[in-house]
Design a protein around this ligand. Structure first.
Ligand SMILES: [Zn+2]
Ligand SMILES: [Zn+2]
Length: 139
């Protein structure tokens, strides 16, 4: 384990990984795709460069679903337990890490809510964080 790195795993423990901070962003996303993909009110994802991620075990158990017609949306998951896993975006060097897949807290807090205009009527409040109807213009 590299110094400062954070380990993560799926629910059943078959797939294990390690990621080196720093992270670029930690975002709550309320889009309908994240809602379907996670089964919850919003996804909370960190982003980093894919070179910061190392698979420690179970890489052959990763299912990879890329949503047809979407620019980059997909879901990587453990084929044994279905838990979401870090996903390298297609045509990109960015890895999107589901915050809940980490075994320890990342060294940053969520910064924004995105796709706020798409949130479910039963979503939690913003907690005082900035909200953006879709992606912020600056991204
Ligand atoms: Zn699993
Ligand atoms: Zn989303």
């Amino acid at each position: 384990m590299a110094e400062g790195s954070i380990q993560g795993a799926c629910l059943c423990g078959t797939v294990r990984f390690e990621i080196d901070p720093p992270f670029q962003k930690m975002i709550h996303c309320h889009c309908s795709r994240c809602r379907k993909s996670s089964g919850t009110g919003h996804a909370t994802n960190l982003t980093a460069d894919a070179t910061q991620l190392r698979w420690l075990s179970g890489e052959d158990a990763i299912g990879r679903y890329e949503l047809p017609g979407a620019k980059a949306f997909g879901k990587w998951f453990c084929r044994h337990c279905g838990a979401p896993l870090p996903r390298v975006r297609r045509n990109s060097t960015l890895v999107v890490i589901p915050a809940g897949s980490l075994d320890a807290p990342p060294p940053m807090a969520p910064t924004d809510h995105i796709f706020w205009a798409s949130r479910a009527p039963w979503a939690c409040g913003s907690g005082g964080l900035p909200t953006h109807a879709e992606y912020p213009d600056s991204w």
